[in-house]
Design a binder for this molecule. Structure first.
Ligand SMILES: Cc1cc2nc3c(=O)[nH]c(=O)nc-3n(C[C@H](O)[C@H](O)[C@H](O)COP(=O)(O)OP(=O)(O)OC[C@H]3O[C@@H](n4cnc5c(N)ncnc54)[C@H](O)[C@@H]3O)c2cc1C
Length: 198
């Protein structure tokens, strides 16, 4: 089979990637080793507690949060201690990813999900609280926003988008397809190889 993009795994990460890629006009094959009923992966069984920064739910409770405070907390937990350097530096991509994720959580994450119909329980929890100090590990303020409907409520809009694209022929869903290797040509990953399970 040939396609623009192959997504390996239909958990929440794979569903989000597939939905966004198909929206952008790419043809996608989504592979998962599990059967159709398991689409959504761990997120389906999760509590659906989301990391959001400076949200209306926090402000309503009097929690003062900001991207800067969340970044300080992230650095306190991650403990990056290897040369970030240029692209080859040991912590380079971890730092870039972390900064992008904190900015996303303080920015468009909530409105992106809200536009898909996701809603949150109005009490913000304090998971991964850590040491409770602003310069140590963990969240120094409550940031755990429980999705209305918990995990299934979070998976539902992504699964709906992906299944709509599949019905329109833009996404090819292949279950019980286990990926065992990436294939490369001249050092560039250009495909996957695996087994079709019983
Ligand atoms: C009970 C529980 C509660 C949780 N609560 C929360 C919470 O409140 N808040 C929070 O932020 N996080 C929570 N988590 C963690 C969160 O659910 C996961 O981190 C997240 O869902 C992972 O999504 P993912 O798409 O990266 O991976 P996964 O959901 O693990 O999906 C990976 C997919 O890839 C497939 N796959 C794996 N290997 C292969 C292969 N070789 N070939 C083909 N397919 C393959 C798997 O079958 C699976 O469908 C919870 C997790 C659990 C289990």
């Amino acid at each position: 089979m040939d396609t623009d993009v192959i997504v390996v795994g239909g958990g929440l990460a794979g569903l989000a990637a597939t939905a966004e890629l198909a929206d952008a006009g790419r043809r996608v094959i989504l592979l998962d080793q599990e059967p159709d009923a398991s689409l959504g992966g761990q997120a389906y069984w999760s509590f659906g507690g989301l990391f959001l920064v400076d949200s209306p739910e926090q402000r309503r409770l009097g929690v003062r949060d900001s991207a800067d405070l969340a970044w300080q907390d992230w650095l306190g937990s991650a403990g990056f201690d290897r040369d970030p350097g240029d692209v080859g530096g040991a912590d380079h991509w971890a730092l870039r990813w972390a900064r992008a994720y904190v900015d996303f959580a303080a920015g468009e994450k909530r409105s992106w999900l809200h536009a898909m119909g996701v809603r949150w329980f109005p009490v913000v929890g304090w998971a991964e609280r850590g040491g409770g100090l602003a310069d140590g590990h963990g969240n120094s303020v409550p940031r755990f926003h429980v999705t209305w409907g918990t995990g299934p409520g979070l998976v539902e809009p992504f699964e709906r988008r992906v299944r709509e694209h599949a019905a329109a022929g833009r996404v090819d869903l292949r279950f019980r397809h286990r990926v065992d290797a990436l294939t490369t040509t001249d050092g560039t990953v250009d495909g996957v190889r695996g087994a079709i399970l019983e």
